[in-house]
Design a protein around this ligand. Structure first.
Ligand SMILES: Nc1nc2c(ncn2[C@@H]2O[C@H](COP(=O)(O)OP(=O)(O)O)[C@@H](O)[C@H]2O)c(=O)[nH]1
Ligand SMILES: [Mg+2]
Ligand SMILES: [Zn+2]
Length: 293
């Protein structure tokens, strides 16, 4: 028996990366009793029937799982935003950050298209970048046109399984092409939107970049908080977590409770108003969803 990671699933075969070799495996054996369908990203135990073929016997417990694209055990989400075209959106970034934090995936924020900033928009975007760095997030500024900052991304891939995320047109495919020119991904490709029908199977593959594995298809296309509980949300804002032990009430939700340290930090200008506003909006969304069912 050997172990490895599924990097591709196609026509009933699972391609398992194990000690630098790719073994073409069929799904058979005890994992069927586990009632799990192996996913790309799964850590599996397989039995080799030849140096290049084998059978998957067991799927190891998953750390997390994304639905679209279907991928397991994601360590890192590279949240790609653009400085312009489309404009930087803090509410969208906060939405991604919450979803990522809830799955215990480490976020890396990339602000691409830095070359498009003007004298007027530059201070606005730079302020956001400072704010997110102050929370403790890593933020990399890139341009795939001037290539500036792109190489700073490489060390972040090492030893991890990463997935790119971000709205259409921000430069995800361009960044992947800059990191791995042989990929030749289509840019300006809106087919992901058109291809969301039931009959289109979304194929995902893990590719090697910078000593790690990266999904060739962006993740987190569904941005609703469909499986999140109200109690979870405060934990998805790290700067709230840092202060919550100073709130008067244990389990403070930082909404209407008196002597709330988060509210105090907000009033003192230590937490930007937009972060708190987004928190309240997300809280309302979660509550509203719960009353619907
Ligand atoms: N000015 C500028 N344009 C970029 C940059 N990166 C990507 N683009 C352009 O933005 C458009 C969308 O890029 P694409 O990689 O397809 O975005 P995706 O939808 O996130 O995969 C394309 O026309 C790219 O050429 C950048 O850093 N600067
Ligand atoms: Mg793309
Ligand atoms: Zn509080």
């Amino acid at each position: 028996m050997a172990e490895g990671k599924i990097i591709k699933a196609l026509s009933g075969f699972y391609y398992v990366l194990s000690e630098g070799q790719i073994i073409q495996c069929r799904g058979r054996g005890v994992f069927r009793a586990q009632k799990v369908t192996p996913l790309v990203g799964d850590h599996v135990v397989f039995e080799a029937s030849s140096p290049t073929d084998g059978y998957i016997m067991e799927v190891r417990e998953r750390k997390n799982e994304l639905v679209r694209p279907p991928i397991a055990n994601v360590d890192q989400a590279i949240l790609v935003f653009s400085a312009a075209a489309p404009d930087f959106s803090a509410i969208l970034l906060d939405r991604f950050l919450v979803l990522v934090e809830a799955k215990e995936i480490r976020p890396l924020i990339v602000v691409n298209k830095m070359d498009l900033l003007t004298e007027k928009t530059k201070p606005i975007v730079e302020k956001y970048i400072r704010d997110y760095r102050r929370i403790g997030y890593d933020v990399i500024e890139t341009s795939t046109v001037t290539k500036s900052g792109v190489e700073q991304l490489l060390p972040y891939f090492e030893g991890k399984t990463s997935v790119f995320a971000g709205q259409s047109g921000v430069g995800k495919s361009s960044l992947l092409n800059a990191l791995r020119p042989d990929l030749n991904l289509k840019t300006n490709d809106i087919s992901l939107h058109l291809g969301r029908g039931k009959h289109t199977t979304r194929h995902v593959e893990l590719i090697e970049i910078g000593g790690g594995l990266v999904a060739d298809t962006p993740g987190f296309s569904a941005l609703e908080f469909s499986d999140m509980e109200e109690e979870q949300l405060p934990y998805c804002f790290p700067e709230f977590v840092d202060r919550s032990h100073e709130c008067k009430f244990r389990g403070c939700t930082h909404m209407a409770e008196p002597k709330c340290a988060v509210k105090q930090a907000l009033e003192a200008g230590e937490i930007p108003a937009y972060r708190y506003d987004h928190y309240v909006r997300f809280m309302e969304e979660i509550k509203e969803r719960k009353t619907r069912y």
